[in-house]
Design a protein around this ligand. Structure first.
Ligand code: THU
Length: 160
């Protein structure tokens, strides 16, 4: 028997202004997308902007439903749209932002577990890391060099 330690590496920026200009712009697109969230039940608005290798930017926001589990997170709304519209174009990076309507969201909000699994599928498919930048409504921004850094012990198709 042995113990295995898992480590991950993230970069933390003090705020959006510390980001390179192009990443700042992608984050601003994600803020725009966040404003289109349909979240009457949670009052938690999430936006995602995805930069593709062909220069296209695809955005998405969370879409809730009176039948709660039928709703979908911003990340999956955006990445499934990218997969549907640009099936053969690689995803370079994603910017995520979340804002509660009940309080100021200062904590960087990472993608939920289900979204990490969905993003992992595309990272495996394209065999190239997808950078993830995430933040709240203000304050620190966290960068993950790849989805894999956010999801240790990834489940992917090679085992099927
Ligand atoms: N949500 C996202 O859009 N992305 C996440 O990664 C976490 C949660 C949404 C789902 C739901 O509409 C609301 O935030 C509260 O959970």
């Amino acid at each position: 028997m042995k113990e295995v330690k898992l480590e991950t590496t993230l970069t933390v920026y003090e705020d959006i202004h510390e980001l390179p200009k192009d990443i700042q712009q992608l984050m601003e697109k994600s803020v725009e997308a966040r404003k289109k969230a349909y979240a009457p039940y949670s009052n938690f608005h999430v936006g995602t902007a995805i930069l593709l290798e062909n220069g296209e930017i695809v955005t998405g926001s969370n879409q809730e439903n009176a039948s709660y589990p039928s709703g979908l997170c911003a990340e999956r709304t955006a990445i499934y749209y990218a997969g549907a519209q640009y099936p053969n174009v690689k995803i370079l990076r994603m910017a995520l932002t979340a804002a509660s309507q009940n309080q100021v969201t200062k904590k960087p909000i990472p993608p939920c577990g289900a979204c990490r699994q969905a993003i992992a599928e595309y990272e495996t498919k394209q065999d190239q890391p997808i950078e993830i930048y995430f933040m709240g409504a203000e304050g620190k921004v966290v960068k993950s060099y790849s989805l894999a850094n956010l999801l240790p012990l990834i489940f992917e198709s090679s085992v099927l």
